[in-house]
Structures are given as structure tokens and as C-alpha cells.
Ligand binder design. Structure first.
Ligand code: P1T
Length: 379
């Protein structure tokens, strides 16, 4: 079945007792057992919960994977993945990662002996050079947050296989509507479900999807043993949000294209980062490995003061962290989402003091352009 049908139906069936069309919220901590160690497949809600299981099946189906494992946040999912490794193990990561992922790797996980090398994963040679004896995983964000650099997913999957290591793609910016890393041979897909998958800015969550049975078994062990699972209600909210994912992504994409072109043509704006622009250095790769360009756009204004004046003048875009919701958000990555990345590294990545990131929502695109136009006049 096609993606839109799976978004609405995959993993779900009318509830057998009443026929309720919507998956119930199994708001329970535990399940009655018929006799000692005889249960209906559900023992305790950290281990299994039907609402969560249905969400996991739905998201796995959209990514084309056999198994999904939901976590309490995107970073809990990254932590869950890291728990498959041991002290002394090594990861190769995209240098321009979400600031929170960078902070997790460089502070907490480093303290447990997990070593990470950050490289530009769009440069295959740099990735290969960084792989060492204890490397277990290549962790890629594509497109990256917030510079929107792409990595060739097929090439990374091939390289990882050659070296006998796992490959993982954080697919948060694209959603499975526009990019399905498993189809390119990637082993593991990760999402912050907080973003496009839920789409309504009312949940924090994460998920890991894989086709690999033994990896899935180990992830289920991590979910149950470490315990960072989402609540039944949050699982239900994401499941509900996903039902309109394909429609929302179409709007994010068409508005994203219009706004990126508007910004690109405007002399008040410096460099614009958007994979849909023909002058994006990886526009061709974007066309090859993605089915849309999405609603994330970054661009440079002339310094921090101009950025401050710009965000203060916006009326429809809201200044806030996060992305992927129905409402348009604006963010200053240097001071907000990527504040934990050292300034020198931020500048090297292109996260300059004048850099602005937009998460383009599904409002009327003319209103959004008018809002941006007026705010640019304030810079
Ligand atoms: O916020 P959480 O659900 O824990 O997800 C973390 C995360 C993981 N991966 C990517 C690509 C992300 O963008 C995020 C979270 N990002 C933001 C909050 C942000 O505003 O960029």
C-alpha cells in the first residue's frame, strides 16, 4: 500500500470489543494475568503497551522497516541507541548535528567512555578516514540541523557495510514522506517524533526503526530495562498526528519552496540554505534521495542585531525552539538550539550570529511571506 494509506491505517484495526475506529489509549500501568506467568502478551506497561505498539508498527511501516521502538524523546532514542554500545566504542557523527545530540555525545555519553568523531559526512573520504578499530556506528543527520547539508545515504550505507559497522540516519527533518533511509541500505532510522511525525507541537517523543531482528531485540531490551518509554497518551497523540502526515508534508514542502525562493531573491538576505534551491550545493542529491525538500530553511542576516530586529518584528512566525508543527516557528540557532556547540565550531559550520532558522508551517503562504517581508524591512 502507498504511504498515505499506511499513514492512516498501518498497524491499526478497529478495537475488537466495541469496534472503536480509533486506537484506545491503554492508560494502564499493568495487566491482569490468568495464572502465574500466563498473560495475554502484556505484563507491565514499561515492557509492552498496546497503544505504543500500534504507534511503533505504524511508524515502522512508513519507514519500510520491520520494527519500531518508541522512546520518551528524540534524545532518549539517541541514548537508547548508544546503550547498544560499550565503553571504549567509537562513533563517527555528522559534524553539524542538532545541538542537543552533540551535547549528549560530548558530555554524558563521553563520560561513559563512548567516543565520537565529528566529520562532514557529506565527504565520504572524511568518514572513511575517521573509522577506526572500535567504531561501531556512523550516525548521520541529513539534511542537517540547521545548515541543511545532505549526506549520500546509499554511499554511507555501503561504507558502513564494508567496515561491518551500523549506519543510522536521523530522519527528523524529512519524515518518511520525503526520505526513507532504509531503502538506501541504512540499518537504523531515528526520529524526534516531537517534530513532523506528531506535527502539532504538543508531544515530546522519539522512535528508532530497523529491519534487523537482533538489533530490534536489543532495542526492546533497552526500552524495558532503561525505561525511557513514551506514555500511552503521548503515543496516541503521535499516532493521531501521523494520520495527516502526508497532507501536512505537502504543505510544508510547497510553502518551503515558495519562501526559500522569496528569501533567495531578496537583497536584504544573505546566504539561504534550502535543498530545493538549484544553487544548493547538493540540490541534485536532494532530488535523487528525497521526494520533497521540506519546510526547514536557514538564512543569514547581517549580524546578531539584525537577527534580533528581524525576530522582534515577526507577527505570524513565533520565536521558539522546535520545528515540524503546523505553526511557523523562527529560531536563532546560535543562541537557542545550538548554544551548546562551542562558538568556534558553530562559526566553522556556518552557524553565524546572523543565522536564522525557519520551520515553515501550514498557514496561508501569502501571510507567511508578508510577515517575513515586513520583518526584513526592520533589519
Ligand atoms: O527534542 P527531542 O524530541 O529530544 O529530539 C531531539 C532532536 C533529535 N534530532 C533532531 C534532528 C532534532 O532537531 C531534535 C530536536 N530539535 C529541536 C528541539 C530543534 O529546535 O532543533
Amino acid at each position: 500500500m502507498k504511504l498515505a494509506t499506511r499513514a492512516v491505517h498501518a498497524g491499526q484495526h478497529p478495537e475488537p470489543v466495541t469496534g472503536a475506529i480509533m486506537t484506545p489509549i491503554f492508560q494502564t500501568a499493568t495487566f491482569a494475568q490468568d495464572a502465574i506467568a500466563q498473560h495475554k502478551g502484556y505484563e507491565y506497561a514499561r515492557t509492552q503497551n498496546p497503544t505504543r505498539e500500534i504507534l511503533e508498527a505504524n511508524l515502522a511501516s512508513l519507514e519500510g522497516g520491520a520494527h519500531g521502538h518508541a522512546f520518551a524523546s528524540g534524545l532518549a532514542a539517541v541514548t537508547g541507541l548508544a546503550m547498544l554500545m560499550e565503553a571504549g566504542d567509537h562513533l563517527v557523527c555528522t559534524s553539524n548535528l542538532y545541538g542537543g545530540t552533540y551535547r549528549l555525545l560530548t558530555t554524558i555519553l563521553a563520560g561513559f567512555g563512548l567516543r565520537a568523531t565529528f566529520v562532514d559526512t557529506s565527504d565520504l573520504g572524511a568518514v572513511e578516514e575517521a573509522i577506526e578499530g572500535r567504531t561501531r556506528l556512523v550516525f548521520v543527520e541529513s539534511p542537517t540541523n540547521p545548515i541543511l547539508t545532505l549526506t549520500d545515504l546509499g554511499a554511507i550505507a555501503g561504507l558502513a557495510k564494508e567496515h561491518g559497522i551500523w549506519s543510522c540516519v536521523d530522519n527528523t527533518f524529512m519524515s518518511p514522506i520525503f526520505q526513507r533511509p532504509l531503502e538506501h541500505g541504512i540499518d537504523i532510522v531515528l526520529h524526534s517524533t516531537t517534530k513532523y511525525l506528531n506535527g502539532h507541537s504538543d508531544v515530546v517523543g522519539g522512535v528508532i526503526i530497523t529491519d534487523d531482528d537482533s538489533l530490534s531485540e536489543r532495542l526492546a531490551h533497552v526500552q524495558n530495562t532503561a525505561g525511557a518509554v513514551p506514555s500511552p497518551f503521548d503515543s496516541w497523540l503521535v499516532l493521531r498526528g501521523v494520520k495527516t502526515l502526508h497532507l501536512r508534508m505537502q504543505a510544508h514542502d510547497s510553502h518551503g519552496r515558495r519562501i526559500a525562493e522569496f528569501l533567495d531573491a531578496d537583497s536584504r538576505v544573505g546566504r539561504v540554505y534550502y535543498p530545493g534551491l538549484v544553487d544548493h550545493p547538493q540540490h541534485r542529491l536532494a532530488e535523487e534521495q528525497m521526494d520533497g525538500f521540506g519546510g526547514m530553511i536557514s538564512f543569514a542576516l547581517d549580524g546578531f542585531d539584525a537577527a534580533e530586529r528581524f525576530v522582534a518584528a515577526l507577527r505570524v512566525f513565533t520565536l521558539a525552539e522546535s520545528l515540524g508543527g503546523v505553526e511557523s516557528l523562527v529560531c536563532h540557532p546560535g543562541a537557542m538550539t545550538h548554544a551548546s556547540v562551542p562558538e568556534e565550531e558553530r562559526i566553522a559550520l556556518g552557524i553565524v550570529p546572523g543565522l536564522i532558522r525557519l520551520s515553515v508551517g501550514i498557514e496561508d503562504v501569502e501571510d507567511l511571506i508578508e510577515d517575513l517581508d515586513k520583518a526584513l524591512s526592520a533589519t
